[in-house]
Structure formats: structure tokens, C-alpha cells
Write a protein that binds this ligand. Structure first.
Ligand SMILES: C[S@@+](CC[C@H](N)C(=O)[O-])C[C@H]1O[C@@H](n2cnc3c(N)ncnc32)[C@H](O)[C@@H]1O
Length: 268
């Protein structure tokens, strides 16, 4: 397992807990003497074959919520919590966002994390993948947020004509042909790759954030709102320039590792 994992003991414990159908804590506190349960060998074989833990376990923690994940969705990353942190910081002490948009919602991670922060808010999650949208709907239902979260198929914000106080977006941003680990390559390629320089999604998104919603003289992003857009650790200058060219003010937030991770965009 060490060939594929930096946490082989933890992985083994989680797989054993899954095979026993108990929480890992129960396993550690008292079930260590049980016989190896049926199913453990099969789970281990999947892990040794390089399948990500989140796909085997079928879930991943993100922010304060637990999300179902399948191979139809990107596995939510802790780095993406930087977007939620930035949004929470922006709205601290003020009325929270009433309407939230999550572009490229995948498992629904960003939208549902944001809705968990602002119980009065509602939101829309857009994705091009119908399989991903099915997972997002399951997550919204499990978290009791189905009435506040609408999921729709679309090409970024192209078909939207409403205004949002908070726009969240973690688009694909890896350059085509980049070498990724075999484990990451099991995730949907449409969630990873964005053209020769990794910036293709930003090129489409930048004009959409400031787009006028005809016939009203309003824009997708509300006047006092923000858009939080994830970037690769070296992309803040290049992606930021694309949004700045649309007249947006651009700040950069770093993730917990100190890497540039989130563009915070405001209308000027
Ligand atoms: C990097 S994943 C992010 C998933 C999720 N928001 C997260 O942070 O875990 C990017 C998502 O964008 C979706 N996507 C790619 N191209 C798209 C497009 N043109 N319109 C809408 N969604 C798109 C992919 O299907 C994928 O779910």
C-alpha cells in the first residue's frame, strides 16, 4: 500500500472499519481482536490497485460537512476550503449572501459548504456532467439542504440570468499533458484539464462574471458580492489578469500550505 499511499496505516484502519461497518473510532477502541471480516481483502485489493480512498469509502469530509463521492466527481480537496474561508471573511459582520452560485459544482462541495454557513441562503450548482449533478443532489438531500440547493446542467454561467451575492468556482486548471499521479488520473478528466496552459476555463468565466443580464442593467455578480475562484498555485497572475481585464478588482488568498489558491473578485 505504501507504493500508493502516504498514510498506509490510516487507510488500512479505514478500510477495516468499512468492512466491519463501524466507525474507525469503534475499531480503535475495541474491535481490534475481531477476525478479519468478509470484504476486507476486496477493499484492500482495490486500494492496492491504486483506487483513491474516497472512492472506496464513498465519502469525503469537506469544511464541516461529509459528502458522498463517486468516480463521477472530483474528490473535494482541503485547498478548496480556502474559497469558503474567503467568503466567510468577506461576509463576516454583514448580512450573509442570500443567493449563491457554484460553477462546476461536482459533488456540490462548495455550494453545500456555503449553505451550511448561511442557513437563510439558497443557491444553484451548475455542472456540465449529469453524473456529477446526480451525486450533488444526493448530497444536498442527505444534508437536509435539498430545498435550498438547485442543481442544473450547463456550460458555466452561460444560461443564467439571475444575480448572485456569492459566486464560487473551482474550475479545471491543469495543463493538458501534465503528469499527474495515477491516483489523480482516476478522477474525471473534465474536472482536471483546461487546455494547453490550464487557463481555458478562466477565459470563458472571466467575461461571464461581469456579464450584463439583459434587459436589466445588472450583472451576474451583485454590486456588494464577491466571486471566489480557485487557481493553481502558479496561476494567480495569469488567471487574475484575465479577470482584471474585465474590470474586476482581484485579491489573492493563500491556502494553508502558503500557496496562492483563491482569486477574490469584486466589481469596481
Ligand atoms: C475541479 S472540479 C470541481 C468540483 C467541485 N466544485 C469541488 O471543488 O470539489 C471542476 C468541475 O467543473 C465541471 N466542468 C467542467 N467544464 C465545465 C463547463 N464548461 N461548465 C460547467 N461545469 C464544467 C466538471 O464536470 C467538474 O465537476
Amino acid at each position: 500500500m505504501t507504493e500508493h499511499s502516504e498514510t498506509p496505516r490510516l487507510d488500512a484502519e479505514l478500510l477495516m472499519a468499512k468492512a466491519l461497518a463501524v466507525p474507525r473510532e469503534t475499531l480503535l477502541l475495541g474491535r481490534l481482536d475481531d477476525l478479519v471480516p468478509d470484504g476486507f481483502e476486496a477493499l484492500l485489493a482495490r486500494r492496492l490497485g491504486g483506487e483513491p480512498m474516497a472512492y472506496i469509502l464513498g465519502s469525503r469530509a469537506f469544511w464541516t460537512i461529509e459528502l458522498a463521492v463517486t468516480p463521477a466527481v472530483l474528490i473535494p480537496r482541503p485547498d478548496s476550503e480556502t474559497l469558503i474561508e474567503a467568503a466567510v471573511g468577506h461576509f463576516r459582520g454583514a448580512t450573509g449572501p442570500a443567493r449563491i452560485l457554484d460553477l462546476g459544482t461536482g459533488s456540490g462541495a462548495l455550494l453545500l459548504a456555503a449553505l451550511s454557513e448561511w442557513p437563510q441562503a439558497c443557491g444553484i450548482g451548475v455542472d456540465r456532467s449529469t453524473d456529477a449533478l446526480a451525486v450533488a443532489r444526493v448530497n444536498a438531500a442527505r444534508l437536509g439542504m435539498a430545498e435550498r440547493a438547485t442543481f442544473m446542467r450547463g456550460d458555466w454561467a452561460e444560461a443564467l440570468a439571475a444575480q448572485f451575492d456569492l459566486i464560487l468556482c473551482n474550475p479545471p486548471y491543469v495543463e493538458e499533458g501534465a503528469t499527474l499521479s495515477a491516483e489523480v488520473m482516476r478522477e474525471p478528466h473534465a474536472a482536471l484539464f483546461a487546455g494547453a496552459d490550464g487557463l481555458d476555463a478562466y477565459r470563458v468565466l472571466a467575461p461571464q462574471v461581469t456579464r450584463l443580464l439583459a434587459p436589466q442593467v445588472t450583472r451576474l455578480l451583485a454590486p456588494h458580492g464577491i466571486a471566489c475562484v480557485e487557481v493553481g498555485s502558479t496561476q494567480a497572475p495569469s488567471a487574475g489578469a484575465l479577470f482584471a481585464a474585465q474590470g474586476l478588482a482581484v485579491d489573492v488568498k493563500r491556502d494553508l500550505s502558503g500557496h496562492d489558491r483563491c482569486l477574490v473578485l469584486r466589481l469596481r
